[in-house]
Each structure stands twice: as C-alpha cells, then as structure tokens.
Design a protein. Structure first.
Length: 306
C-alpha cells in the first residue's frame, strides 16, 4: 500500500526527472526523495527509474506505474479540493470560453447568476475561435468551454460534459447560389460547392464537422479557410463557398448575401460544456450546474425570433 508521500514523490520525480527539483517542489531533501524511491522500488520488486550521473528516466515499469496512478491521483486531489471548497465556500477565477454568439449569450447570463450564487468567484468570459479552442483548453488559458463536441475530435484528454444545445444543422451558402433556393439540402449536395473551413483546426476535427466525401463517394471540395465567424460569412457572401452550421446562425449572423438552408440528412449540431480533467475544480462543477440549470429552465427561449 503506497503512502501519500511515496505517491507524491514518485509522480513528481516522474514529471521532473530530476531529484533536486523534485525535492524543492516537495520541500524535502534530495536524499529523502532518493530513499523514498528506493523503498518504493523494493516494495514493488523492480526499478522504476534509470539513474546515471547525467540523467534520470523512467523504466518501462515506471512508465506503466505512472500511467496507472496518475488518474487516481488527480481524482484524489479533486476530491480533497471539493471538500475544502465546500467547507470554505468557492473562491476562484473561472475563465469560460465560447465559440459562437448563441453560446456566448447563455454564458453571459449564466455568469451573472453564478456571481450572485458565489460572490467569491470571478468569471472571465472569452470568445475563442475553433482553431484555438483545443489549445486554449489544453494549456489552461481557459478552464471551461461551451462549444461543438466535434471540436476536440474524440480526444479523451478532455471531459465532455452535459449537452447544452442540440440544434438542426443548416448549410450557410451564398444567397445567389442555386442551393439557396432549395427548401433543404443533403450531404450529397456538398459536392456542388467548396466548403469553407475554420483555420487551425486539425483534420480529424474537420472530417467530423465538414466531411470529405458524400455518401455516394464523391469528394467534397475544400474552399478557403477563415479565422473567425465574420471572415467566414464574408467569404460565403462573396461566393467563395459554404459551411455547415447551426440553425441559430440565421438569427445571430443574418446578412443579405448569405442564406441558411436546412439539411435533410445530417445529425443535430450539439454543443456541450468541455473541460480538462486535470483542472477539474469545484468552481467548474458549480458553473456547469448553473449553465445546465439555466438552459433547462429557459428551454432555448433566450434565442431571438426572426
């Protein structure tokens, strides 16, 4: 059975790969770290680190132990932080991102309610582009994001929380294009027009959001890329291509040179709350609850009617 210090010493050393830096982080002597690791290796029955005068590295056994222990350690930390926060009240700076105007609309009002419920918390709101979303979450620049679930491309590095919006998909096309006169479009129709993609998004994500081939196997042409929504709409309005989006885009991004045509055969556009399990905190869990509660109570009525 590992003692807490043995666990912290092993995981910290496996990250730092340096005995002195590990000792400084844990506020003990390098000798104690060395003794603790040797004791742990004797208990397990094999070497966890390769040590030379120039470097320290994990052995395959050490790599496996780190992989198995790390999720449980984060869970223990989160549990202690939650209990502490509940005992003292939640105090934090929470940075919340969103990728579309309808998401921002809800997040702004959720932040107001959250501040009333938890005066010790500060909520900072940030609009992020599709291309920067994953990196912002992974680096800790933002703590929580309301965005389309496809944005992380199935990456298990992140937690996908409750779905907040589930809306029909539409195709935003130039108003002069023949597809704009249709009552609906199908995925097969995407072979007729270049698809404009958000800049900086991995191919794995684009393949989910945009698709590469129609059901019959015809290629779906890729058009230019756009850094953000306004650039995307300008390119569409100029006849450079089209892009799939949510039906609420017609309310928030209406303009005379862009038409929004419903898909007849695509799954809904889902947006969920997404965060990193490494930075899971009581403040995040409380904000998730606030957003979910607000979205449920309003049932989408915060979206302006046409």
């Amino acid at each position: 059975m590992l003692e807490r210090f043995e666990l912290e010493a092993f995981l910290t050393l496996s990250e730092e790969l340096h005995f002195t830096r590990t000792a400084e982080r844990l506020r003990v002597t390098p000798g104690r770290i060395s003794q603790t690791i040797k004791k742990l290796e004797r208990q397990i029955g094999g070497p966890l680190f390769e040590r030379t005068s120039r470097h320290t590295a994990l052995t395959p056994l050490g790599q496996r132990l780190r992989k198995d222990l790390l999720p449980a350690y984060h869970q223990i930390q989160a549990a202690v932080e939650t209990a502490t926060a509940l005992a003292r009240g939640i105090h934090a700076v929470l940075r919340v991102g969103f990728t579309a105007a309808w998401a921002g609309n809800l997040i702004v009002r959720a932040a107001e309610r959250f501040r009333d419920q938890y005066p010790g918390c500060t909520v900072e709101l940030r609009e992020v582009t599709y291309g920067a979303a994953r990196e912002s979450l992974g680096s800790g620049e933002i703590d929580l994001m309301l965005a389309e679930t496809a944005i992380i491309g199935g990456d298990t590095e992140f937690v996908i929380g409750p779905t907040i919006f589930s809306r029909p998909r539409v195709l935003a096309v130039p108003s002069v294009h023949p597809l704009a006169a249709r009552d609906s479009v199908s995925v097969e129709d995407l072979a007729q027009i270049p698809i404009i993609a958000p800049a900086g998004v991995p191919d794995a994500v684009l393949d989910i959001h945009i698709l590469r081939h129609t059901p019959s196997g015809r290629p779906i042409p890729r058009g230019p890329v756009a850094a953000g929504w306004q650039e995307m709409l300008s390119l569409i309005g100029a006849g450079k291509g089209a892009t799939p989006t949510c039906d609420w885009a017609a309310d928030y991004y209406a303009r005379p040179d862009v038409a929004f045509v419903p898909f007849s055969d695509r799954t809904p556009f889902d947006q969920a709350l997404i965060w990193s399990p490494i930075r899971d905190t009581p403040a995040i869990q409380a904000f998730v609850h606030t957003v979910t509660e607000l979205a449920d109570s309003e049932d989408g009525h915060h979206i302006p009617s046409r």
